[in-house]
Design a protein around this ligand. Structure first.
Ligand code: AGP
Length: 610
């Protein structure tokens, strides 16, 4: 996600900011920029690309000045271009700011400003915020008041650092939903998204709370709410392990990303669920809505974990929209000279948006006249740019090689897509409402599972020395079995196989003995009794059974050696919740085996080669 750095003090501001941005690179970004006040003017340097590209721009200009702000942008609104990079200047040229978060009512604010003749140079919600503050500053001629008044009308999340050309000795930082830390140095102040950009200057920090601002003026500061109530936020010592801070206190990025899922799933559905109407809003599909409606067939192509979410999507779209869906490994599809009809819709799912096989498969289908869509995480990635339309999953950067939060958000987007298509064909408003309302409860249900992680860790420690695992599921849970097996093998190096539970008797049952842990996704649904029979078959051969089960299911306790409960949800959405314990199981086994969890051997985060 985005990174913010602001500095006011006696050091050369440009180098402090650029070095601070380097500390925040781990958060993932696609463009960077700085704004400095030099001799009463703004000097703004920004570019799509890396902090090192920005550093060349800054060094070349030999920027002077003692107050400035900087930003690394993880694109949410608008591709990663120079124009969309932060900092953003308002139309009056007085206000400049950097922002982390999503302004949910930016379109309303933009329309209001445009009506007064304001023109915009970027596609970002951030520029709208800068202009909104600028429009109020024009009236009140008071920097701090303008910031407070503007933010009291803003909906959504922000962490911002703001400067005003008329007040070169001031810097303001405000937080709502996107963390901001104020570092208190020796006659210097540094603002940053997290302490990793501050610790080299000072260990005295204040963690701002939601709707709290820090107003730095000269060599003093005050913290207050945006409603002008002074706050006496505590000054804290910051821990020194930089590495730890970058991981937000978690031991590995993978664990951090597993725990981000309540928030990232919320970000995937936010602003898109029209639960009251029993529908969804997927603005990115507007240009191809009619083509989707006319599709006789949908093909979904992807690799790895994204291919597993595609398999879940097949069930969801066929059940809710009654359109035939075919799921294809991208690497197979691209070389098979596939039969493609002009009214086909092909969806590419990719977290990175750069997977070579998936990109090639999409190009092959485009070549043959299909409409191609993307379900992608990285804004501005090649797949996002080459598809006719798409839906971003807004999961923020996924650093761990093992994909976790991307999977759950991909399935969330696929569920919304199934409703979107279904409601154009025959899905009733009532049915759609049920699913949409259940989607809204998923983040808290994910959190409930995370709150019981210790139990999963205990099980992991008991089975960390197994040489093989079998993962079994039926229906919508079969792809979850595949995903669980992939998670385990790619980070622990233990061989694991996912299989449709009913297929066991056609071969894999020969593997069952007392040394083989078998993970069943055995949640309550209309084929629950069948999975119970499969569990009996494994037990009869002394296999060890670890069951993912629905809260309240007591029957499973009499059959499984270990039961990991997940909250009840609509059976269509079970894969989202069932994946969480499997992510944690593989994580804890891998840690117990002292593997390189975030960078497992032989693997890359994005396979951009064939
Ligand atoms: C999953 O944990 C792996 N990292 C890998 O299978 C990954 O899902 C696959 O390479 C596809 O990547 P993409 O989603 O970025 O296209």
């Amino acid at each position: 996600m985005c990174g913010i750095v602001g500095y006011k003090g006696h050091q050369q501001v440009s180098s402090v900011i650029v070095n601070g941005l380097r500390r925040l690179e781990y958060r993932g970004y696609d463009s960077a920029g700085v704004a400095i006040i030099e001799n009463g003017h703004y000097v703004i340097k920004k570019c799509a690309g890396l902090v090192e590209d920005l550093e060349k721009l800054v060094n070349h200009s030999q920027l002077k000045g003692t107050v400035g702000i900087g930003h690394t942008r993880w694109a949410t609104h608008g591709a990663p271009t120079n124009e969309n990079a932060h900092p953003h200047l308002d139309y009056t040229g007085k206000i400049v700011l950097v922002h982390n978060g999503i302004i949910e009512n930016y379109q309303t604010l933009k329309k209001k400003l445009a009506k007064n003749g304001v023109e915009f140079v970027s596609q970002t919600d951030t520029e709208v915020l800068a202009c909104f503050i600028g429009s109020i500053y024009e009236k009140v001629q008071n920097f701090e008041l303008a910031v407070r008044l503007a933010l009291s009308e803003v909906e959504g999340t922000f962490g911002i650092a703001v400067l005003c050309l008329d007040e070169p000795d001031m810097m303001i930082a405000v937080r709502r939903g996107s963390p901001l830390v104020l570092g208190l140095g020796n006659n210097e102040f540094i603002i940053a998204s997290d302490a990793s950009a501050i610790v080299q200057h000072t260990r005295q920090v204040i963690y701002l709370n939601d709707n709290e601002m820090a107003v730095i003026d000269g060599d003093t500061y005050v913290t207050k709410t945006i409603y002008d109530q002074e706050t006496d936020s505590e000054i804290q010592e910051v821990e020194f392990e930089l590495e730890k801070i970058e991981k937000g206190g978690f031991d590995h990025f993978m664990l951090k990303e597993i725990y981000e899922q309540p928030e990232t799933f919320h970000n995937a559905i936010r602003g898109r669920l029209l639960s009251a109407e029993g529908n969804v809003k997927l603005g990115g599909l507007g240009p191809v809505r009619d083509k989707i409606r006319a599709a006789k067939r949908i093909i979904i192509t992807a690799c790895g974990t994204s291919w597993h979410s595609a398999l879940v999507g097949e069930y969801l779209i066929e059940q809710l929209a009654h359109i035939p869906v075919e799921v294809e490994y991208a690497s197979e599809f691209r070389y098979r000279n596939p039969i493609i009809y002009p009214d086909d819709v092909l969806i590419g799912i990719s977290q990175s948006g750069e997977t070579a096989d998936t990109l090639a498969a999409l190009r092959e289908a485009k070549q043959k006249g299909a409409t191609i869509l993307g379900i992608v995480n990285v804004v501005g990635s090649t797949i996002a740019r080459e598809t006719d339309a798409g839906v971003f999953i807004h999961a923020g950067p996924e650093i761990g090689v093992a994909s976790t939060k991307a999977f759950t958000s991909q399935v969330g987007v696929l569920a919304m897509l199934a409703i979107y298509i279904g409601r154009m064909i025959h899905l009733s408003q009532r049915e759609a409402k049920v699913i949409a309302q259940e989607l809204e409860k998923i983040p808290q249900k994910i959190q409930q599972i995370l709150d019981n992680a210790d139990k999963i860790k205990e099980i992991a420690l008991q089975y960390k020395d197994a040489q093989n695992f079998l993962y079994l599921g039926r229906g919508l849970n079969f792809p979850v079995a595949l995903e669980g097996a992939l998670k385990l093998k790619e980070i622990s190096y233990i061989h694991a196989e996912g299989y449709p539970a009913a297929e066991m008797k056609h071969g894999p049952i020969a593997l069952i003995d007392e040394n083989l842990p078998v993970v069943f996704i055995a949640t309550k649904d209309d084929i629950y009794d069948k999975i119970i029979s499969n569990i009996e078959e494994v037990r009869a051969r002394k296999g060890k059974v670890i069951a993912i089960a629905t809260e309240g299911d007591t029957q499973i306790l009499t059959l499984a050696d270990h039961v990991i409960y997940i909250p009840e949800t609509d059976s269509m959405l079970t894969p989202i919740l069932a994946a969480i314990p499997l992510q944690l199981l593989s994580y804890y086994i891998s840690v117990a085996l002292d593997r390189n969890v975030d960078k497992p051997r032989n693997l890359a985060k994005s396979v951009t080669v064939e």
